[in-house]
Design a protein around this ligand. Structure first.
Ligand code: UD1
Ligand code: UDP
Length: 363
């Protein structure tokens, strides 16, 4: 049977996860027609269009242009826009990615219209309900019919929540499909030259979790620690717009110097190259914990929990939290070359999209 499939994206990490699946679906035009929808949750060129270009994705078929807003407003705007689209096109399946507001909004609308839902990156749990993404993950998984999981903990979590095992598919990590696809191309990136950096002689920082950046005391403390680290090894900080806004209101943008460099968010290829050639990465991002594990680059996670435990168990990730001394301890370990080497998790092999499409195709 020919299937009409709608892929819903909205934020930076969604584009990276959707690209390999869209490509795989479009290899089979006889079996699938696919419609790419962009809600417009992220809209800056450096968080959106640039990823479409670098990942060779076609322009979205439908762009809702919802923009930023409070959780309720943004979720509601996405829902209103998607309801109309879904009613008009009646897809056989909608596919959502990750854990952003666009993911959950699409799942709720589809479920109420009795449309079948596939969730790529299902089952991850931080068990921290103060994290907006945890709410998005729980609601999306509860409503989904096909749950594609990246690591074994996801299968366990879903089973513990009573999800029928027939709906759960351990398919691997689709972000790693994009990464492996672009490993060679990213070598052409000029980012090290542009920033006058030498391999292994700098660290990378990203920060955008509300718990870290929306609270001025926490943000101030983290930045102070980062500047301390900067005296030992330059810290390069591609700054998310959410964080830039908070930093600008407290004058933190003036902290920029050779030891602590605040730059614009980078495109996918530049950021991949920057990670790969760094001494270590410090982050509160979800996806970057996984990419560093794949690249075998030490990752110091500035959070007390992770929904991606495999990266700490067998990968290169350490949960340092936000305590300055704990962070310094982890940095000491990396700088002293005493850090764990890490292994690549099962099925993070660049073939996840292929496995997902096999399941979507059905018997
Ligand atoms: C969102 C996701 C988060 C994900 C992150 C990836 C939710 C609840 N959060 O967080 O899980 O890790 O994306 O980067 O879905 N802004 C701009 N330009 C843009 C987009 C945002 O300036 O193109 C600014 C706006 O001030 C906006 C703020 O960033 O209010 C936050 O944007 P939003 O999409 O709500 O959340 P993120 O922090 O980006
Ligand atoms: N990323 C990027 N440029 C940057 C920062 C991150 O291309 O300046 C990529 C990164 O390589 C990863 C993804 O964005 O593939 C992670 O997205 P983000 O940290 O925004 O969201 P999260 O994974 O936390 O939801």
């Amino acid at each position: 049977m020919h299937k009409k499939i709608a892929l819903i994206t909205g934020a930076r990490p969604n584009f990276i996860k959707a690209a390999p699946l869209l490509k795989e679906l479009r290899k089979n035009p006889d079996r699938f027609s696919s419609i790419l929808i962009h809600t417009g949750q992220h809209y800056d060129h450096k968080l959106s269009q640039l990823f479409f270009e670098q990942l060779h994705m076609p322009d979205p078929d439908i762009y809702l242009g919802v923009g930023s807003g409070s959780h309720a407003r943004q979720t509601a705007d996405i829902m209103i826009g998607l309801e109309k689209v879904f009613l008009d096109m009646r897809p056989d399946l909608i596919v959502v990615f990750g854990d952003v507001n666009s993911t959950m909004a699409a799942a709720i609308v589809a479920a109420k219209l009795c449309l079948k839902i596939a969730h790529v990156e299902a089952g991850l749990r931080s068990f921290d309900h103060a994290m907006p993404e945890e709410i998005n993950r729980i609601v999306t998984d509860r409503l989904s019919d096909l749950l594609f999981v990246t690591e074994k903990s996801g299968v366990e979590n879903l089973c513990n929540e009573g999800v029928s095992s027939e709906k759960i598919f351990f398919a691997g990590n689709i972000m790693i499909d994009s990464l492996t696809e672009n490993l060679k191309t990213c070598q052409n990136s000029e980012i090290l030259r542009t920033l006058s950096l030498r391999r292994q002689k700098y660290a990378v920082l990203t920060l955008h979790r509300p718990s870290n950046v929306d609270n001025q005391e926490m943000l101030g403390s983290l930045l102070k620690t980062m500047k301390r680290i900067g005296t030992r090894i330059p810290v390069i900080f591609p700054c998310h717009p959410r964080t830039r806004k908070e930093m600008s209101s407290k004058g933190h943008l003036n902290d920029d110097n050779d030891e602590f460099r605040i730059i614009e968010p980078l495109g996918y290829l530049d950021f991949l190259k920057l990670q790969m050639d760094s001494k270590f990465v410090m982050t509160d991002s979800g996806g970057i914990q996984e990419e560093t594990t794949f690249l075998k680059i030490p990752c110091i996670t500035l959070r007390n929990n992770t929904e991606r435990p495999i990266t700490t168990e067998i990968g290169t990730n350490t949960l340092a939290g936000t305590d300055p001394e704990k962070i310094m301890e982890a940095v000491d370990s990396v700088m002293g070359n005493a850090y764990k080497a890490g292994r690549i998790p099962e099925l993070w092999d660049g073939k996840t999209a292929e496995r997902i499409v096999k399941v979507i195709a059905g018997p």
